[in-house]
Design a protein around this ligand. Sequence first.
Ligand code: APR
Length: 184
Amino acid sequence: MDFQLGSTTLRVVKGDITEHETDAIVNAANATLMGGGGVDGAIHRRGGPAILRECKEIRRTEWPDGLPTGKAVITGGGTLKARYVIHTVGPIWRGGRAGEAELLANCYRNSLALARLKGLKSIAFPSISTGAYGYPIEEAHEVALRTAISFLEREDRLGEVRFVLFSTRDHEIYERGMTCIIKD
Ligand code: APR
């Protein structure tokens, strides 16, 4: 399902983000940046060792103690179709009163800002934090969509923003959410 927001196309699709050929795909990483399971594992598997090498360099030079929650860094895409991977660390769900919503919003905001800084034209997001990190997707999808939309209302140099959902249920939740929010 596509939505137009000024000159930016918002796309909600079902699939495997490692298949997408946007300028950048976003990785739901952990603070170590050393890979893991879920989308992190898929990206490192499909992207190959070059991504991990760059992540190690980022840890050595910029974030020796690990990437803080909500921050975003960028590496090449290795053997992925995407040219770049933007790695961001989502919040672990702790019940909703530990600032999770703001930290999750920072993941989307900082990833979009990094894409704009690099002059990228398209970016694809997974549903950050709604897997191993346990963030309920009913809440997370609203944070994701509203943050992206308010960023794009101020900044229209990004031509396309995709939300790539791995399951049918997640896809339906995001589509329904996007329809409601765009109508607001
Ligand atoms: N493409 C798109 N989405 C995917 C893919 C994929 N190939 N694989 C998994 N997902 C979806 C999951 O279904 C979930 O909806 O990504 C969402 C985020 O799930 P996780 O990958 O578990 O990420 P997160 O909840 O942010 O937890 C991050 O898990 O993999 C580890 O190293 C990672 O420690 C970090 C933690």
